[in-house]
Ligand binder design. Structure first.
Ligand SMILES: [Zn+2]
Length: 370
């Protein structure tokens, strides 16, 4: 069986790949490097589930791969195919991250078939439970499933919360015909469009103890397709996307709270623009942003420049300031201070206490007692 890493393409015409940028390549590559490893930062990615009945993270991760030739349910052959596709290092990284964080990891292997073909329950996906395979104690790690069975499983993970609705056209871009099918076509087999595929975390950065440090959501900056999007990289902001993709961003927000880690948006152009924007986010609102030169994957110097600036941005101690209802200008040294306004549009970030003081802000009394 031969597997490949799925790539975004147009749902209605899978031969039409999503736009990309030949200079900077895939941003995933910028983080999986020697530089980040020297900073004790490692990266992985997977799809994850939220229990929408109580808005909590479900400790279940799926890594999806496309089957482009052959089909087997023999566990050792499947494991070999995964290693051939991902490489041993990448596989071990996601496996160890999941083990250490109490997450049950499965690979979901999806045949490359036309969207309509998923109506036929003879067409199966394979769920491969990594822990069961490694423990090798008689439990079969391989579960072939029809779409109907897969939807039943997703429902059992409670992602089918009543408010969950895709718009009727389904996903515009998708990485597999299965996801497109689930987002739209499932009406045809008697479900009501509520069995959505889990959300994904584009990049998860973690330290040498597998402790999550940051979630990074990568967003392509393309011009002109949809009006509400920003016209320049500088104008890009998470606020432009949260409403239109509510479930995705709510999922990421819940994941950030669960791990108590940083959350960044990374905007990069598929146009001729030569900069990117990184944005630090809390409660789905921008805290602070920085515009950087577009990394060039073919230039180690340019790439390293991005990497050191990103790490500086991560490590920058941020001082949050706001004006109180009594019109007092205060700043906080505790990023979790209860007097920080919930509405993030009302806060002003400073890079240092000195800077806040120079702007006539005074230390909050609660923060001063700590
Ligand atoms: Zn405070």
């Amino acid at each position: 069986m031969k597997l490949k890493i799925p790539y975004h393409s147009l749902s209605t015409n899978r031969s039409k790949l999503a736009e990309s940028n030949p200079i900077c390549g895939d941003p995933m590559q910028w983080f999986d490097t020697e530089y980040f490893r020297n900073e004790s930062l490692y990266s992985t990615t997977f799809d994850f589930f939220i229990n929408w009945s109580n808005n909590t993270f479900q400790p279940i991760a799926w890594v999806k791969r496309v089957i482009y030739s052959g089909f087997t349910i023999e566990p050792n052959e499947i494991m070999d195919s995964i290693i051939k596709c991902d490489g041993k290092d990448k596989f071990e990284t996601v496996k160890n991250f999941c083990y250490k964080n109490g997450i049950n990891l499965s690979y979901i292997l999806i045949p490359e078939i036309p969207t309509d073909a998923w109506i036929d329950n003879n067409n199966k996906v394979i769920l491969f439970d990594v822990k069961k395979f490694e423990e090798n104690n008689g439990a079969n790690p391989v579960s072939p499933m029809s779409v109907k069975e897969l939807i039943g499983l997703i429902h059992s993970y409670k992602v089918d919360y009543k408010s969950v609705r895709m718009d009727s056209e389904g996903l515009k871009l998708s990485t597999t015909s299965l996801e497109y099918f689930l987002s739209m076509w499932n009406n045809k087999i008697g479900y009501k469009g509520d069995a959505i595929y889990p959300g994904d975390a584009d990049i998860i950065l973690f330290d040498e103890d597998y402790c999550p440090k940051a979630i990074i959501e990568i967003k392509k900056h393309s011009i002109g397709s949809v009006k509400r999007y920003a016209s320049t990289i500088e104008e890009e902001n998470i606020s432009l996307y949260v409403k239109g993709d509510k479930l995705k961003y709510q999922s990421l927000d819940i994941l950030q709270r669960h791990w108590n880690c940083d959350f960044y948006m990374l905007f990069y152009p598929t146009t001729s623009e030569t900069s990117i924007k990184i944005q630090k986010v809390s409660e789905l609102k921008a805290l602070t942003s920085k515009v950087l030169p577009l990394p060039n994957v073919h230039s180690p110097v340019a790439l390293q420049n991005f990497q050191s600036q990103f790490v500086d941005f991560m490590n920058a101690k941020m001082i949050i300031a706001n004006t109180t209802s009594k019109n007092q200008k205060v700043y906080h040294t505790n990023p979790h201070c209860k007097y920080i306004p919930y509405d993030k549009t009302k806060i002003i970030p400073f890079e240092s206490e000195q800077q806040a003081i120079e702007n006539n802000y005074h230390l909050c009394t609660a923060c001063s007692k700590e």
